[in-house]
Design a protein around this ligand. Structure first.
Ligand code: IMP
Ligand code: MG
Length: 178
């Protein structure tokens, strides 16, 4: 069993790179076909989605734009919860088809916040593309338009995902050793 040590924790291989690449290709073909007449703008959520976005966009075969955003660490209040502000989106997305590109949807809290921020800019429609989804952890009712892989509720690293900042560079995905 292939394992990696990241800081104080041991991880074991869960999803090999070849499986990931196949899943990305399948998803990119579906998105290219569904959105072929829309000239979508892909809004990539940094940091985690950088690797997925790179592989995904190389396999998108329709005219499109790509932009990058981050969620600020600023906490204001929005309804009952805490909200982080969307930073970096310079493009005017009014009337556009937007595809949010995320690494993972866990509880769905982050995606819900993102959707709220993006919808306030008056796009024509918003689609959600996330490489991973943990269905057992999901608490929010967010659209799940394009999900590459559904995974168990375990902590993972690699393919853009980190443990305390490390492990994002790994081409395979590893899960915390039990
Ligand atoms: P959510 O708001 O609970 O859906 O969490 C989404 C964010 O939590 C993701 O964008 C990741 O940054 C992080 N996250 C969730 N699960 C994992 C994991 O298994 N490994 C690393 N980061 C994760
Ligand atoms: Mg993230």
């Amino acid at each position: 069993m292939q394992t990696v040590q990241i800081k104080d924790k041991q991880f074991e291989i869960a999803i090999p790179a070849a499986t990931i690449q196949q899943a990305v290709k399948t998803l990119a073909e579906k998105i290219s076909s569904d959105l072929k007449d829309t000239e979508p703008i892909f809004v990539v959520v940094l940091n985690g989605a950088f690797m997925f976005a790179s592989d995904l966009l190389k396999n998108i075969s329709i005219p499109c734009e790509v932009s990058f955003v981050k969620l600020s660490s600023y906490h204001g209040t929005y309804s009952s919860g805490k909200v982080k502000e969307l930073v970096g989106l310079q493009e005017d997305i009014k009337g556009r088809t937007v595809v949010i590109v995320e690494d993972i949807i866990d509880t769905g809290v982050t995606m819900e916040m993102l959707l709220h921020q993006i919808l306030s800019k008056d796009p024509k429609e918003v689609k959600v593309a996330s490489f991973f989804l943990k269905p057992e952890a999901l608490k929010k009712n967010v659209p799940l338009d394009y999900i590459a892989l559904r995974i168990p509720n375990d902590f993972i690293v690699g393919y853009g995902l980190d443990y305390d900042g490390f492990g994002r560079n790994l081409a395979d995905v590893y899960s915390l050793k039990k």
